[in-house]
Ligand binder design. Sequence first.
Ligand SMILES: [Zn+2]
Length: 319
Amino acid sequence: MARALTMTGVHKSDKIQNSYGYGLFTGGMGVHYGGQKIGATVIPISAGNTMRQLEIMQDFETTVLTCTPSYGLYLAEVAENEGIDTGKLKLKAGCFGAEMWTEEMRQELEKRLNISAQNIYGLTEIIGPGVAMECSIKKGLHIFEDHFYPEIIDPQTMKQVSDGENGELVLTTLTREGMPVIRFRTRDITALNRDICECGRTQVKMDRITGRSDDMLKIRGVIVFPSQIEKALLKIDGLEPQYQIIVTRPHHLDEIEVMVETSPALFSDEVKHVEEIKKNIEIKIHNEIGLRVNISLVEPKSLPRSEGKAVRVIDKRNL
Ligand SMILES: [Zn+2]
């Protein structure tokens, strides 16, 4: 974990606001020990209590934020509402993980928090945070191959696939004592890339996780990942990247409803304009997944916020 943090530029003079949950979730303690190893100051604030997070961020002059990307975005949103100028915060980097997120979400976090947002990957069964980390080039995550041996398989046939091809990541621990793990199926969908990175590191890179083999939705036979919907939504100005996907099967045919939050400006707008936005979202999602979906625009800040992993899909089908 210490090595992962140094890849976001963490130095012993940094103050890490660790907003991952402490307790049995490995995110909190993992970042905590990693930060301490570097000699940085770790603020063990854990998840939640957003106003207090923002006060501490200002008072302690936090330089690095660690949390889930959806919570990072929520912190930015509350800061904006409270009139806190995020440009004046001392934040320089964010280490975001523990859930799937997109390139568009990165841009949003970087812009709104005025930071470099980098992706971290890990899982409790293997080590917690720090299996792989993005370098400053931000084109994939370097896997710490001296500790973990990665393979990508086709989740249906269980056969290995070639580099560059998408499949399920399987990990074997090489140095873990006590409970070594051999060929653990992570259920996370990614691809490996062995080209030498512009940063000079030679460790294999994995793409950002695009889905989970068990959270992959099959809608009318088409494979859909929530991240594809997020990607489409973030292409539209005036929308908050807050959404929920509801899958139903009313007449033996799958239906998707995507509830999307509008911005306050958009919400007070004319009905005609709102209809245009809905149409635009429908088209963008259709282009991304090849299916028609129903769009419901909901009031700003009406969808549930999460302090940990965001709940993006509600599948009401009896499958
Ligand atoms: Zn690199």
